[in-house]
Design a protein around this ligand. Structure first.
Ligand SMILES: O=C(O)CCC(=O)C(=O)O
Ligand SMILES: [Fe+2]
Length: 204
């Protein structure tokens, strides 16, 4: 499998053909049809807004997760997602032999180019101090943007985009969530849907 090391000093890899294209489209259609997608409200500066995307938390029953001040109890593993999880654990361990077994996944559905995700790091305490996250992308290619978490570092290390293609995996290893932030900026001209799955290990 092809893997590109994205950064010299951090364990970040891009694997463009992690999932075979035909299987990836089958999975995409299957996940798109799940009756589980939700668009919860978040509170920003005291005002409630629906999040600009749809999501599903899936995982082991005790892998509860806090996100944007809300507690999410994961829904049970869908068999297709469980089999993707097993593949992602194997893949992660090829590059990071100590990678933990993923026990939860956040699925995001970006219906069109207006759907997006703002700057953040996945550094919630339940992910531990050295999170390993495998991010699988399906459907439309969208730019994933990275910038240094410390604003003082941003002049020396500029922000950059990685276009995440259908069937690709971005593997983020220890340190990436500490030193970097990421976002999925809106792209007005992109109208087709995308699904992203970030496999995580939640400590409990
Ligand atoms: O959709 C993406 O590629 C990013 C998703 C993400 O950053 C997250 O779920 O934490
Ligand atoms: Fe993230």
């Amino acid at each position: 499998m092809t893997s590109h090391r994205v950064l010299e000093d951090w364990p970040l890899w891009y694997l463009p053909d992690a999932l075979d294209g035909t299987r990836a489209w089958q999975v995409f259609e299957e996940l798109l049809a799940l009756p589980l997608w939700e668009q919860p409200d978040i509170t920003l500066f005291g005002k409630r807004h629906p999040i600009p995307r749809q999501q599903i938390w899936m995982g082991d029953p005790d892998a509860a997760y806090r996100y944007s001040n809300q507690q999410f109890i994961p829904v049970a593993w869908h068999p297709t997602v469980a089999s993707l999880r097993d593949g992602m654990i194997q893949l992660a361990r090829q590059l990071l032999p100590d990678a933990p077994a993923f026990n939860s996944v956040l699925l995001n559905h970006y219906e069109n180019g207006q759907h997006r995700m703002g700057w953040h790091s996945d550094n919630e305490p339940e992910l531990g101090s050295k999170p390993v996250i495998a991010s699988l992308s399906l459907g439309a290619t969208r730019d994933f943007r990275l910038r240094r978490a410390d604003p003082a570092c941003r002049t020396l290390t500029p922000s950059f985009n990685i276009p995440l293609e259908h069937g690709s995996v971005l593997l983020m290893g220890p340190g990436v969530q500490t030193d970097w932030q990421h976002s999925l900026p809106p792209r007005q001209r992109h109208q087709s849907p995308r699904i992203n799955l970030t496999f995580r290990h939640v400590f409990r």
